[in-house]
Write a protein that binds this ligand. Sequence first.
Ligand code: FES
Length: 167
Amino acid sequence: MIRFILNGQQIEITSSPNQRLIKVLRNELNLCKTKFRCGNGRCGSCTILLNKKPVPACIIPVYTVQDCEITTMEAFVKTPEYEDIKSAFEFTGATPCGFCDSDKYLGTSIFIDTNAYYFSSREDSKKLLQKLEEFYKSTFCKCIEKNTFLKSIIIAAKKRQERLHGK
Ligand code: FES
């Protein structure tokens, strides 16, 4: 028996311990917003949040998620963080392709979280640009033009800041 928190719910499964997490999510738990493509951690189609970090579910044996917290796009699309990013993408005209949307949305959300200081600091715009460039390089799929994607992230961060702090 493997126990973990999935999209806010404690669950127990009896899958084979070495089964890949992507197979469990899609085939056993019917969470098909997590896509399957390359199967070797190189395309981002299967990105989920594991303890609030974006990771490819296709290379994770399910036994390793015991007592962990997992979020998939099924839950993330119900959050205000998703709405911030979605409306930023709509504003800039950015459209993640059907294969990488989980990587773009979940990755962007965590990037904004972990770099909140640089988004709010007016003195450190060079550092923010450097962080944005590094993040762009780290994304698997380049279906959104770089400057459009970076602009979308900045707008999403601003929306989040306004929503949380009213400024
Ligand atoms: S299917 Fe997991 S990274 Fe490509």
